[in-house]
Design a protein around this ligand. Structure first.
Ligand SMILES: [Fe+2]
Ligand SMILES: [Fe+2]
Length: 195
């Protein structure tokens, strides 16, 4: 398997764990089960903006999708949809940030509205990753050449993940512990131990 495919799939798995953690925290806030941990919300948004929206999605657009359309023009409609979803994801994230800012801005915080915005974002991202893995990656495997993969692999090997990578940034250590604690086995230790 190409290195880029392994990296993309691993980044998707990591992203799912992150989104699950965000969902849990937003649900807890909306059910008033605990005081919302605003630092964690900001850490999650910061990571999505500074890593996923800056490296993962643009590299799919600029390397993987571009090569796929070139080698297999029939995939044009699919690639256009996936690129549109990258832009939609940024809009949904902006909505989510606006609701969070309003919750922090004084007055009665609308944590139910925030949990709804998180739910919309999660569903969108989940469906997007699913389409990439079920539709785009199999076509890429079938139609791209070894030279194409060399270029795509180099692009995806050139960035480090500051949350899930080996060189974890100090800014994300607490968030990482939270994700591991909340994610179900075998990813983390959030599930109940078997009796
Ligand atoms: Fe994507
Ligand atoms: Fe992706």
């Amino acid at each position: 398997m190409s290195r880029a495919i392994s990296i993309i799939k691993q980044e998707h798995l990591n992203y799912l764990a992150l989104l699950q953690c965000l969902g849990h925290l937003a649900d807890e806030a909306s059910e008033s089960r605990s005081a919302p941990d605003l630092t964690l919300f900001h850490s999650i948004i910061d990571y999505i903006e500074s890593f996923l929206d800056r490296f993962h999605h643009p590299k799919e657009d600029d390397y993987l999708f571009r090569a796929l359309v070139k080698r297999h023009p029939e995939s044009g409609a699919l690639i256009q949809r996936l690129q549109g979803e990258h832009a939609e994801g940024e809009v949904l994230l902006r909505d989510l940030k606006d609701v969070l800012a309003a919750c922090e801005g004084g007055g009665e915080p609308d944590w139910i509205g925030f949990a709804d915005a998180v739910g919309r974002y999660r569903e969108h991202q989940y469906n997007h990753m699913r389409s990439e893995e079920m539709e785009a990656l199999p076509l890429a495997r079938e139609h791209l050449s070894a030279e194409d993969w060399q270029e795509i692999d180099a692009a995806f090997l050139a960035h480090d993940d500051p949350l899930f990578g080996d060189e974890r940034s100090a800014a994300y250590r607490r968030l990482y512990s939270k994700i591991v604690a909340m994610a179900p086995a075998p990813y983390g230790f959030g599930a109940k131990a078997p009796r």
